[in-house]
Design a protein around this ligand. Structure first.
Ligand code: CA
Length: 165
């Protein structure tokens, strides 16, 4: 009997209750594994809680980088970070859990953060506008948050559309 139950027990242990499968972009947890983006070409991903998704976009000095991130469902609970070619943080969400507040982000001069398609408490998407102060590779990180008491890991499905304006 134990011989037949063991594989099942291993499967349960490896897959926490409620955890959802990763997307095909994994592994993409840091700058060395960043998914390269092409302006105007959307990608769809799933942010699983505590599993950062990192994207890279090349941009020339003087242009504006736009990351539009539309919600496709599940727990809409992301925190965003943008770093410049020199590693400087240009945008960083500082909120904890799902409680996004207007004063919780750190922004470099000229950086804008917009909520899209807001209906009541529902946020349809987000737009980050970042002036490119230098030519190079910019990194966007999407990190799914949780709630104080969530019993299973949160996930969020999104569509990321990069632009260089
Ligand atoms: Ca990841």
């Amino acid at each position: 009997m134990w011989r037949t139950l063991l594989p099942l027990a291993l499967l349960v242990a490896a897959c926490p209750r409620g955890a959802r499968p990763d997307d095909a972009l994994e592994p993409n947890d840091d700058a060395s594994q960043a998914t390269p983006l092409t302006p105007g070409q959307p990608v769809e991903g799933r942010a699983n809680q505590d599993n950062p998704d990192v994207f890279s976009l090349e941009a020339p000095e003087g242009r504006t980088i736009v990351f539009q991130v539309d919600s496709l469902g599940l727990e809409n609970c992301p925190a965003f970070t943008v770093a410049g070619p020199d590693g400087a943080l240009l945008y960083e969400d500082r909120h904890h859990f799902c409680n996004r507040g207007p004063a919780d982000a750190v922004k470099a001069p000229g950086v804008e953060f917009l909520l899209l398609n807001v209906q009541g408490h529902e946020i349809g998407g987000y737009e980050l506008r970042v002036p490119a102060q230098q030519t190079g590779r910019y990194l966007l990180t999407i990190l799914e948050q949780g709630r104080v008491d969530n019993l299973f890991p949160f996930s969020w499905d999104y569509r990321l559309t990069p632009r260089v304006e």
